[in-house]
Design a binder for this molecule. Sequence first.
Ligand code: C5P
Length: 278
Amino acid sequence: MPAVYALVAAAGSGSRLGFDQPKAFVELAGRTLLERALDGLARSEVIDHAIILVSPDMRETAEKLIQQDFNRASWAGMAVSVTLGGGERMDSVWAGLEELARREVPEDSLVAVHDAARCMTPPEMIARVVDSARYGAKHQAWSGSVPVVPVVDTIKVVDQARAGSADGEILLEQTPARDTLRAAQTPQVFRLDELREANLEYLATVEISSAHASRNTGNQPLMTATDDASLMEMAGKKVTAVDGELLAMKITTPLDYRVATMLLADLEDTDKGTTEEG
Ligand code: C5P
């Protein structure tokens, strides 16, 4: 069976969270977001090797984390290593794909790209997404699987030129029908060769549009891919949706952090209750 590699994106600064250190290294109920994300991947029992993508200043901290006895025991069934990420999330993922190429990982392996910030993602959900991607690859039915949840808000498309303008005036342009919208989560799981191909195509477009922008006014917005499935879609590859979970929320703002703290306290109480009863 093809191996599954997780690329754990942890190189962001996470400035919106309001802590001094990068988000993945912030502690949530006594354990960093990164450690919690790795706990989930290990517990899913479907990941062979997790590669953590970090910024240069956090490399040593990450190396120390993975050497700790408690972590080594918690992640015993899964190899864990650390690699340098890049300036944007996509650059970090590309650095991870380059690391897999250096390791000469077989082309038909699966890659699960996961945000360290989604540190409460249930292991069963991770297994569900990997199973779906495995099925798609085996039957050549699709090239990847992505967890999604329905959106509760009505989403507006706004006038990009005006968004963030000094006078604060933003015009609403469109309202996509809410039942056609889903919020994408991680891990997003793809065949390695297909994801690499999609990234290469995307990188070529970025180069073309940057050259174009510098020849012209320099102010046309470049499309920044904020997840991996969007690159697959742009490359015309089939990606399927799998049920996500609200617990796979991305911890981004101070409010998310408070919600996560309360949820974890709740979950730990439930666990204790179950253990005491059992
Ligand atoms: O910024 P955002 O919350 O969308 O980041 C999602 C994930 O991507 C986070 O876990 C963050 O650490 C990671 N990231 C990264 N490299 C960057 C920027 C973000 O690995 N350059």
